[in-house]
Design a protein around this ligand. Sequence first.
Ligand code: FAD
Length: 262
Amino acid sequence: MRNVEPEVFLVAKPQLDYGELAAYLREVGGESWLERVDRGDLDNDAQNLAEFAGKMCYRSWEPGLNPNVKRVRTDQAKYLENILSMAHGSVLEHASFTFVLHNVSRVFTHELVRHRPGTAISQESLRFVRLADIPFWFPEWALADEELMKRASTLLEQLEEFQLWMAGHFGLDEEGVKMHEKKHKTSFMRRFAPDGVGTGIVWTANIRTLRHTIEARTDQGAEEEIRLVFAKIGELMRAEAPALFGDYTVTDGTWVPKWRKV
Ligand SMILES: Cc1cc2nc3c(=O)[nH]c(=O)nc-3n(C[C@H](O)[C@H](O)[C@H](O)COP(=O)(O)OP(=O)(O)OC[C@H]3O[C@@H](n4cnc5c(N)ncnc54)[C@H](O)[C@@H]3O)c2cc1C
């Protein structure tokens, strides 16, 4: 049994091609928007992408390009706050972030994958990956309970030992065993791993989805491991895109946005 802690690695985020943006904006007369980028006023690719998509909708790069538009917002934070307040959420879907969620349990991954729109998922296969030990996260309150820990450790060590025994019994490491056979038996063996076994998942979500899931999964009623992980995701996103995640109030680990359901 190996004591582990759920971890979040942000491994990918939006990157704009400003040369291509410039080429497009020259076509439609919107170069002044890009001048703000050149001046260094706009240095956040995720926020820039959301603003770009929003301004594209109304051709509001500058006043007069669309005869209906007499004034445009040039303060990005205010512009994006308006997007949130108007629930113009589709422009937030262009920017996606990819996380590796490491040493999370199958309890966690089972709940995570219930969130469908705006996500992409690749989960560690315990049909292919044979368990040599059982990584397991214990919350602080459980670690402090001596009797609980004694019994839990004994149980997990027994399960771990059974995994190793099965691998030997099925001869999985013997010469010439085909992958098909390994997969067949490894899949059977995983049935004896607990739901709490530490595993991994690559999770991509767009900003609209991130806003919804951070709120739902840090709620007081949510499960404690998923609350822990989504609090970490919330902190990362607030640093990555403050204009799109700065409206949350965090109280006792619960993230409540000012602008709901965008
Ligand atoms: C505290 C808590 C307890 C839970 N307990 C249980 C439980 O006991 N049993 C259980 O089965 N599940 C449970 N769930 C899971 C829950 O029912 C949802 O399936 C899960 O949270 C996914 O969220 P979502 O419905 O907002 O959908 P998401 O997939 O995150 O979608 C986001 C939003 O898109 C819209 N949307 C998505 N799909 C559709 C659709 N097909 N049709 C129309 N609109 C759609 C909805 O507005 C939705 O809120 C729980 C969730 C939480 C947070």
